[in-house]
Each structure stands twice: as structure tokens, then as C-alpha cells.
Design a protein around this ligand. Structure first.
Ligand code: NAD
Length: 501
């Protein structure tokens, strides 16, 4: 009998459905079909592909509530948050790229200065990468793979998705949506299983691997991809700092910290994982953070739509949170609220927790927690704030909070991160025009925005010589014509800079 994954609802621990694990042989068949489907899809051109995306957007607009409930059930996040952070941004991505991609992927002329007077021209054409493999995590099990799938398909690729083994049904749901919009057979497929089938995908000589997940897995994927020189984009973990300057709007910053620290139960790569507050406003800020944290309504989100915070994904993730709290407490940190699991809830819940008296000897300030912990530390000077924020092996996102936008902006420009926001955090993931990605151990490459779309294409330089010169001066034999050509080039470089630079 085929190996199976049993998907469970992490809020109730009830099983939802079982799904067969994909075998290596099945994966290779999927790759073969994807290659065939991709060739026909590429030939359609952007105008031929666009109606599929228009149908997909319309279908999703009609079914967004069902999709959100489905996500909430398998992932444990609040239903309204599933709409806010998963379904709506995904529909927006479809609409954005189906409008914008044509211009972005059209041929781009390259000015080649003097060479154009020799009858030459150059331009870039963007060729689809081919068959793209997407390996995704469970924390945004819909929005993350979905936006990548759309970028890949819009650019003319076929896609094979491997969703996390903790949220396989959401992968299946994505397939249902694309099928409902009539995307061609074999163009988009989903394979199911854990890291073993993910590793087989990396070996399958796909044109590109887009991976979102942990640093440890990212390193394994990059090493395995090197065997075939398969290009990879790695969207990895984060330990994102929030700097609250002394002139920050206290109430807004406290609300912002609580939301960006605890949304999705803190299981967001770009969650606020470290807060640095100016010591002069520490007490007033902390008091507000504790107050707003105390107002969070936690529970099974499908039972009550107004729940703010759902469950975490599994026991492994919960244990990391518990260990970080234990480590911090043993080194002198103080828990102001939370610090344990709610007794009245059955699933993988952990109370939103605020810690103070923390420092960089504690895991909670150095390692990715990926859970509902908000450790708050103080700084004396802005120099110190920048130094503390940049003292991390991660560099995904960061934020600066102040009423003085110029001051905040100049500080923002000194932080090491892929995205730095002023007076907000995380939410730019929902703006498809803006790029997403990090550096250091947060990975490399970008998704979203124009530069994200370009990850899915191969830029091909086409160079045309109109054959005005039958014997090029740089061809053999090197003789008097070569000398004359070089003289002219040097003379022009000195005298006619406008043609040569
Ligand atoms: P994970 O690394 O455990 O798993 C991610 C995916 O990789 C899963 O589908 C898994 O089955 C697969 N996988 C595991 N081993 C593999 C292997 N050897 N070869 C190929 N595939 C393999 O990560 P996770 O626990 O699912 O996700 C949480 C992590 O993802 C956190 O660190 C978080 O910060 C990160 N994340 C980053 C971003 C971002 O945009 N930078 C977004 C979301 C999550």
C-alpha cells in the first residue's frame, strides 16, 4: 500500500484527510509531462496565457471564503488572517502580474553606442526558465507557493509544487483552483511527501528550484542542486529587529509590535522577533505592549471568526518556543505575560508572551524562534540600536519606528535586511510591486516585484548584424585594416566621448 500522510487540524488535533506520498517514479513522470506541457505553454505567448489568469482571479474572488476556511483548518491560523495574509494577496498577485508581466517580459533594447553605426543591434528576450520546482513551508502554505506559481506560469514555465508535509491539502487546493481555471493538463502538478521527495525534486534536473523554508534545509538544497548546477532561490529564516526611537508614537508602536510579533502565532519569517526600544521610553512602551497582548483572543478560529490568534503548527515548533523561554528565564529574563500553554485549549497553542531583561547571550535574541515570543531590550543611543539590530546571522526584514520620518529613514538605510520598513512591519509581502528576500542566512534571490519575476526567466541576448560590413575589422587577418580600426576607435574614445560612453 502507498505511504500516506495524515493531515491534522492543529487547533483540534483531529485528523482531516490522508493523502498518498508521491513516489520517485511518479515524480519523474510528472516532470516528463511538465516538460511537454511547458513547450506548448511557452508558444502561447503572454496574450495567449492571459485569459487563464483572468479566469483564475474571477474564480478565486467567488470562492475566497471557502479557500480561507480551508487554510485555517489545516494550518490553525485565524480565518480572517487567512483572508488578509493569504487569499487576498494571492488574488492581487494574479491581477498584478497578468497586467504587468507583458511589459516586463517584452524584449528590451540595449543601446550599444558606436556599434550601432556599424549596422548592429542588441536586445534581451526573456525565455521561460522551463520547469520550475517550488518547495514550500507550512507557515503561509497558500500565499507563498501561490505567488511563486503565478510568477512562474505567467512567465511561460511549467511548475511542480511540493507543499510542506504538514499542509499537503492546501497544495491540493491550489491544484483544484488552477484546474477550475482550466490551466492545461500537466502544466502544474503537486507532489506530496516530506524532505525525501523534496530531495528527489532537487535531483530531477529541473530548470530552477525556488525554496522557502529553514536555513538547515536551504543549505542541503543548495549543496544537492550544485550537482547539476540547478539554480536556486533561497527564502530562509529571519530574526527580525524592530527599533523604537524615543520620539515614536508609543501607542502605534506598541500595537505594531504586538501584531507583527504575534500574527500567525509568530510563525512568520518576517515576524518581529527582537524589539529594541530607547531606554527613555521603555516603561511606557512595555506597559502598552503588555496591555495589548492581554487583549489577544486565542482559540479555534473556525469556531469563532473574531479570534485573533490560532494554534501553532505542531509539537516540534512548540518545543522550540518552550526551550527559548526556558533558556531566557535561566539567564535572567523576566516574563511579563504568557510564558506557557493555555490549559483550556486542546491544540498546539502557546500564549502570546512578552519578555524583558533579555540580551544577546539568549537564544530568544539570536536564534529564530518562529513562535509567539516578543523579547524587548533597551538601547541608549541610535548607534547602539543599529549595532544590536545588525548583530544577527539573519537579514530578512527590519523596521524603525519614529514620528521623525527623515531620522527613521536614515537609520533604516543603515540596517542589513532585504526589506526595511518605517512605522510598519511584515505587510509589504502583500504588495506585489515590492521585492521580497534577504541576505546572510536569510538566503538570496528575490520573489515578487519586477525583479522577482525575472527569477523565472532566462535573459537571452540577441545580437543582430545587418551585414553592412562584409569583412569585420576585428576579424582575421590582423593587418593594416586592424591597425586603422584601432586608430579610429582610440581617436573617437579621446575626441568623441558622446559616442563612446
Ligand atoms: P523546512 O526547511 O523544514 O521545510 C520546508 C520545505 O522543505 C518542506 O516542504 C519540506 O518537506 C522540504 N524539505 C525538507 N528537507 C528537504 C530536503 N532535504 N530537500 C528538499 N526539500 C526538503 O521549513 P519549515 O519548517 O516548513 O518552514 C519554516 C521555515 O521557513 C522558517 O525558518 C521560516 O523562517 C522559513 N520561511 C521563510 C520565508 C521567507 O520568505 N524568507 C517565508 C516563510 C518561511
Amino acid at each position: 500500500m502507498a505511504e500516506q500522510i495524515v493531515s491534522i487540524n492543529p487547533s483540534t488535533l483531529n485528523p482531516i484527510e490522508s493523502i498518498n506520498v508521491t513516489t520517485r517514479e511518479e515524480l519523474l513522470e510528472v516532470v516528463k509531462k511538465a516538460r511537454q506541457a511547458q513547450a506548448a505553454w511557452e508558444v502561447l505567448g503572454f496574450d495567449g496565457r492571459k485569459p487563464f489568469f483572468d479566469r483564475l482571479s474571477a474564480y478565486m474572488l467567488d470562492h475566497y471564503e471557502d479557500i480561507a476556511k480551508f487554510i485555517s483548518r489545516e494550518n490553525g491560523k485565524p480565518y480572517l488572517e487567512a483572508i488578509l495574509a493569504e487569499v487576498y494577496p494571492s488574488i492581487d498577485v494574479v491581477n498584478y502580474y497578468s497586467k504587468r508581466a507583458k511589459k516586463l517580459l517584452s524584449d528590451k533594447k540595449i543601446p550599444i553606442r558606436i556599434f550601432k553605426f556599424m549596422g548592429k543591434k542588441s536586445y534581451i528576450m526573456y525565455k521561460p526558465a522551463g520547469v520550475v520546482g517550488i518547495i514550500s513551508p507550512w507557515n503561509y502554505p497558500f500565499a507563498i507557493p501561490f505567488s511563486e506559481i503565478i510568477m512562474a506560469l505567467v512567465a511561460g514555465n511549467a511548475v511542480i509544487l511540493k507543499p510542506s508535509e504538514l499542509t499537503p491539502l492546501i497544495g491540493k487546493k491550489i491544484k483544484e483552483l488552477l484546474d477550475a481555471a482550466g490551466f492545461p493538463e500537466g502544466l502544474f502538478s503537486v507532489v506530496y511527501g516530506d524532505g525525501r521527495i523534496g530531495a528527489e525534486m532537487v535531483k530531477a534536473q529541473l530548470s530552477k528550484i525556488i525554496f522557502t523554508g529553514s536555513v538547515a534545509t536551504g543549505k542541503k538544497i543548495m549543496a544537492a542542486a550544485a550537482e547539476n548546477l540547478t539554480p536556486v532561490v533561497l527564502e530562509l529564516g529571519g530574526k527580525d529587529p524592530m527599533i523604537v526611537l524615543k520620539d515614536a508614537d508609543l501607542d502605534m508602536s506598541a500595537r505594531g509590535a504586538v501584531w507583527a510579533g504575534f500574527m500567525n502565532s509568530g510563525q512568520t519569517c518576517a515576524s518581529v522577533e527582537r524589539v529594541y526600544v530607547d531606554e527613555s521610553i521603555r516603561d511606557a512602551f512595555v506597559e502598552r505592549v503588555v496591555d495589548y497582548t492581554g487583549r489577544i483572543r486565542q482559540g479555534d478560529t473556525l469556531e469563532n471568526e473574531s479570534t485573533d490568534m490560532g494554534s501553532m503548527i505542531d509539537q516540534r515548533q512548540l518545543s522550540i518556543v518552550e526551550n527559548h523561554v526556558k533558556d531566557a528565564s535561566s539567564k535572567g529574563a523576566k516574563i511579563l505575560t504568557g510564558g506557557n500553554r493555555p490549559q483550556d485549549l486542546k491544540g498546539y497553542f502557546y500564549k502570546p508572551t512578552v519578555l524583558v531583561d533579555v540580551d544577546h547571550t539568549m537564544q530568544v535574541m539570536t536564534d529564530e524562534t518562529f513562535g509567539p515570543l516578543l523579547p524587548i531590550m533597551t538601547f541608549k543611543t541610535e548607534e547602539e540600536a543599529v549595532r544590536l539590530a545588525n548583530d544577527s546571522r539573519y537579514a530578512l526584514t527590519a523596521s524603525v519606528w519614529s514620528k521623525d520620518i527623515t531620522r527613521a529613514e536614515s537609520l533604516a538605510r543603515r540596517l542589513i535586511a532585504g526589506t526595511v520598513t518605517v512605522n510598519d512591519h511584515i505587510m509589504t509581502y502583500g504588495i506585489p510591486e515590492t521585492p521580497w528576500g534577504g541576505s546572510k542566512e536569510s538566503g538570496f534571490g528575490r520573489t515578487h516585484a519586477d525583479m522577482g519575476l525575472l527569477e523565472f526567466v532566462e535573459p537571452v541576448h540577441i545580437h543582430i548584424d545587418r551585414a553592412w560590413l562584409k569583412n569585420k575589422p576585428w576579424w582575421y587577418p590582423y593587418d593594416k585594416k586592424t591597425v586603422l580600426f584601432l586608430k579610429v576607435m582610440f581617436w573617437m574614445t579621446r575626441k568623441m566621448k558622446f559616442l563612446m560612453s
